[in-house]
Design a protein around this ligand. Structure first.
Ligand code: SF4
Ligand code: SF4
Length: 436
């Protein structure tokens, strides 16, 4: 099997984003391969810990990808502040690879930002890195690629559990581990009533359901007390976001002025999208189109808006409405970086203060102990593309690493594997349950 086939068999998807199947990237021919170790979600430090403790594996995965894509160069994006990780990784990089040292800003891990910082190239509006001869992979994806070369499939996820827990830490858990088990492994919550931001406070989702499970794309769980500012802010019914915005937005345009995509030269203007709340009722509203190229980074809502309004959520709504009505926005202007871009970058420390997270801004060291779980609930769709089809039956005994869900031939997606030894205790169209 070649590398692409091994990655496909192993069920690898992008570990740091929406879960794009990694074999597709490995099968392309590009000029540059980029490793994304920029990690910029407040309080999440799992990529840093992974680079510190598994630099050989990450670099191996990077080299394999450079080779399979015939790239002429690799760029390894990493924050300058992470000196120890830089030293660890540098020892294993080959001559084809250059370190791209990044400042401690949000969102420096955004692909569009990283590609621009490393190569000086701008991804076309609504495009992907491949359009300009690049592929980008998160460092955990590279780790998984190195494992796949040894025929080890993805059965574990490296996560960071932080915030109001007794031992903020980073560790591997079997895919399908419940949030409750993961939080308990980090010492449990320090408070009785809390919410969980899945994947981070900026771009993640808020949940109160501890039976939800870790998937191949879960970067971390941020636990915050129920009365925390961010929980109150996020836990508003959608109609409130839009009702308040309609009456209180004074069109100051700070949301646009700080928007990282706008500053890179894309036509994203959340202050105009806010107008659609007040002046129009349908997705055909001209203002909605100014949301199409938004990456949902959350800066406009959680950092820029002096009125605590919800421009990001207005953009999310606008995108849904445009999709429903079949409207596609095509940027007419050339993409040109705003001259003030560097001056408007948002330092992570400042963002942490604005989010009232200073008390939780601590390290999350690697815990190498194995978590023990009695049951896992493995979703059949953890990636972009088609869901996998279960290939096991209820009552069957499975071993960790055994394929239990397969992608139909010719479809885009990723296979899934048993993450623990045990017995299949339930199957439906969404999950496979395994009891140890
Ligand atoms: S920053 Fe807030 S008040 Fe100003 S235009 Fe944007 S949404 Fe409106
Ligand atoms: S969430 Fe806001 S700041 Fe971020 S890209 Fe979208 S409009 Fe810009």
């Amino acid at each position: 099997m070649n590398l692409t086939e091994k990655i496909f068999e192993a069920g690898i998807v992008g570990a740091g984003g929406a879960g794009f199947p990694a074999h597709v990237k490995a099968n392309s021919k590009v000029e540059f391969v980029l490793a994304n170790g920029a990690e910029c979600e407040p309080l999440i430090h799992k990529d840093y810990e992974l680079m510190l403790h598994f630099p050989k594996e990450i670099s191996k995965g990077f080299d394999l990808l450079i080779e399979s894509t015939s790239a002429k160069k690799g760029y390894f994006g990493i924050k300058e502040k992470n000196g120890k990780a830089i030293s660890a990784i540098s020892q294993h990089l080959n001559g084809k690879t250059e370190l791209t040292k990044l400042g401690d800003f949000y969102p420096s891990g955004d692909e569009f930002e990283l590609v621009y910082e490393a190569t000086g190239r701008l991804i076309p509006p609504a495009g992907i890195p491949l359009d300009i001869g690049c592929v980008v992979n998160n460092v955990e994806t590279l780790y998984n690629i190195a494992q796949s070369e040894k025929d080890i499939p993805v059965t574990k996820k490296f996560i960071c559990v932080a915030g109001a827990v007794k031992n903020p830490s980073s560790f591997f858990v079997p895919i399908g581990t419940s949030f409750k088990d993961a939080i308990d492994f980090a010492g449990g919550s320090k408070v009785k009533e809390f919410g969980v931001f899945v994947g981070g406070v900026m771009m993640g989702q808020l949940t109160f359901d501890l039976n939800e499970v870790v998937t191949k794309t879960t970067a971390g769980l941020i636990i915050l007390p129920k009365e925390h500012y961010l929980i109150k802010r996020k836990n508003q019914p959608e109609e409130n976001w839009h009702r308040i915005g309609k009456s209180a937005c004074d069109q100051c345009s700070y949301c646009t002025e700080f928007c990282p995509r706008y500053l890179l030269g894309y036509q994203v203007e959340p202050h105009k999208v806010m107008r659609s709340l007040g002046f129009t009722k349908t997705g055909s509203a001209v203002w909605n189109q100014m949301a199409e190229l938004c990456c949902s980074c959350g800066l406009c809502t959680l950092y820029a808006c002096p009125e605590d309004l919800y421009p990001k959520e207005a953009c999310d709504k606008a995108k849904v409405e445009m999709k429903r009505e079949g409207i596609k926005f095509i940027q007419q202007k050339p993409v040109k970086v705003h001259p003030i871009k560097d001056g408007r970058r948002v330092p992570l420390k400042q963002l942490v203060m604005k989010l009232k997270l200073q008390d939780y801004d601590v390290d999350a060291p690697f815990n190498s102990k194995n978590i023990s779980v009695d049951e896992v609930k493995i979703p059949l769709q953890q990636h972009i593309g088609m869901p996998t089809k279960a290939i096991v039956k209820k009552g069957e005994t499975v071993k960790e690493g055994q394929m239990i869900g397969k992608i139909p031939d010719g479809e885009l997606g990723a296979n899934v594997h048993a993450s623990i030894n045990g017995k299949i205790s339930g199957i439906n169209e969404k999950f496979i349950l395994i009891e140890s």
